[in-house]
Ligand binder design. Structure first.
Ligand code: GLN
Length: 491
């Protein structure tokens, strides 16, 4: 049996029956990381001793019959989530020696269930990017084709799940960073409703848009992860006081034809977007037919403000980022340039050396757009557009339960192809940004392969707090499509 191929749910079953131990399972992943991660570069930190110790502890608990669905299951964490005692870099030089004194709430929840935290994954610096090329440390490669990007910013987590370096992972999504890399790597990624999952201990990029969510091998595992990470947290004032349903139980009720009664809307503006790859359109069309075959009624809807989404997002996100990143000043955290005459020079040198070019670009855009005289014209206006986008979604969801779209206009592009052209990179976020602007949940589910053999996902979005519909539809779709090839062969 290939232990590294197990889903979280299957690993749990085998652990519970005593067929495998967590130490065996964890060692299988560590061996695979050792054998292949020098080429894929999914991890910034692999915590081998920590993971093996946690696995041994999990095995003791399992032997006593004390186990939860996560006990002994190896999980990878995007290196933007604080882990007590384990370096948390945000893929930035400014934090390359930062060891948090506390755990993010999601990390604490995984630890409380004795999951095995195998390591911290690579990302675009501070989650700013769509390809994981903006990391200060390394470029992660797509396990399906090493010349291509894995997507981003949670590219390390998506690549780690696709390359079978862990059972599942956590990523974060501010404008698509869970869904887009999941699509590019052929795995499942879910961005929960804003407020569903506590952001405590997640290093903030754009606080009104950021959410943590699962990146997993299949939809059932995404449901399992959601059961654990969702819920109100007094440490995050934006976390919602909403009951968390048992997502896994709900999936068990999905029989092959039971998507009947669901309506999925396709925004007419989305198909007018320029530059959609023909392979993406073909796979999208097939996905639509698969859903129809399951009884989903497809309707045309309109999201009239789609053409303003990218512009508004790329004002709001940098504004929030410029404010959030002010805390990295060489005094309180991480790197400091000591060779300075006075404090102003120290700030300047620390930030110039500590932050990479994309992060500096965003801080400058954000600071400019928030400055006196420009605030109303940029941030104020973008916020008004955001309200219009939210209203578009509210109206659309009067007509349908799901909104269906591609995840990205193209399959994973080649490494280096877009790095010199930030605007093209920003435009590739067109289908994912709206969910964050409107605060609604979205999922990416594998939909097939491009003619070059690269994975492509489809996106479904739902009303706020209706992750249940996403998971049910995703689960039905995944089973009906029944892709035979799910994981790349690593050479
Ligand atoms: N690509 C988008 C950006 O660069 C989204 C990133 C994200 O979701 N973290 O801002």
């Amino acid at each position: 049996m290939d232990l590294h191929a197990l889903t979280m749910a299957n690993a749990h079953k085998l652990l519970a029956r005593g067929k495998i131990s967590s130490v065996e399972l964890t060692s299988a992943f560590l061996d695979r990381i050792e054998g292949h991660d020098d080429r894929i570069e999914a991890f910034i930190t692999v915590d081998k001793p920590g993971a093996l110790a946690q696995a041994a502890k999990a095995d003791e608990l399992i032997a006593k019959g004390l186990q939860s669905p996560f006990t002994g299951i190896p999980i990878a964490l995007k290196d933007l989530l604080c882990t007590q005692g384990v370096k948390t870099t945000c893929a930035s030089k400014i934090l390359d020696n930062f060891i948090p004194q506390y755990d993010a709430t999601v990390v604490a929840k995984l630890k409380a269930e004795q999951a095995v935290l195998i390591g911290k994954t690579n990302l675009d610096e501070f989650a700013m990017g769509s390809s994981t090329e903006n990391s200060a440390f390394k470029v992660t490669r797509n396990p399906w084709n090493l010349d291509h990007v894995p997507g981003g910013s949670s590219g390390g987590s998506a690549a780690a799940v696709a390359a079978q370096f862990c059972c599942g992972a956590l990523g974060t999504d501010t404008g698509g960073s869970i869904r887009q890399p999941a699509s590019h790597c052929g795995v499942v990624g879910l961005k929960p409703t804003y407020g569903r999952v506590s952001r405590f201990g997640l290093v903030s990029y754009a606080s009104s848009l950021d959410q943590i969510g699962p990146i997993t091998r299949d939809v059932a595992d995404a449901a399992m992860m959601m059961n654990l990470i969702c819920g109100n947290d007094p440490k995050d004032s934006t976390s919602a006081r909403m009951d968390v349903p048992n997502f896994t139980l709900a999936l068990q009720q999905v029989e092959s034809k039971s998507l009947r009664g669901m309506k999925a809307g396709i925004p007419k503006e989305y198909l007018d977007v320029e530059g959609i790859d023909p392979d993406v359109l073909v796979l999208f069309d097939r996905a639509k037919k698969v859903l129809e075959g399951l009884g989903v009624e497809i309707v045309e809807i309109s999201l009239p403000h789609t053409e303003y989404v990218v512009a508004a997002y790329y004002i709001i996100a940098p504004c929030e980022a410029s404010s959030n990143l002010a805390r990295f000043d060489g005094v309180r955290y991480g790197f400091r340039e000591h060779a300075s005459q006075d404090i102003i020079e120290m700030y300047k040198k620390t930030k110039s050396k500590g932050f990479g070019p994309e992060v500096q670009r965003r801080i400058i855009i954000g600071t400019y757009a928030l400055s006196a005289g420009y605030y109303d014209a940029y941030y104020g206006r973008a916020s008004q557009v955001r309200t219009l986008i939210m209203e578009d979604f509210t109206k659309a969801f009067d007509q349908c339960d799901l909104i269906l779209s591609p995840v990205a206009p193209t399959p994973a592009f080649k490494i280096g192809e877009n790095t010199g052209d930030p605007l093209t990179m920003y435009l590739s976020d067109i289908f994912t940004l709206s969910a964050n602007m409107a605060g609604v949940p979205g999922i990416s589910v594998p939909a097939g392969f491009s003619s070059l053999g690269l994975p492509v996902g489809i996106q479904m979005m739902a009303k706020r707090f209706d992750e249940m519909s996403l998971l049910r539809a995703g689960f039905g779709f995944e089973r009906a499509l029944d892709l035979k090839t799910r994981f790349p062969v690593l050479s």
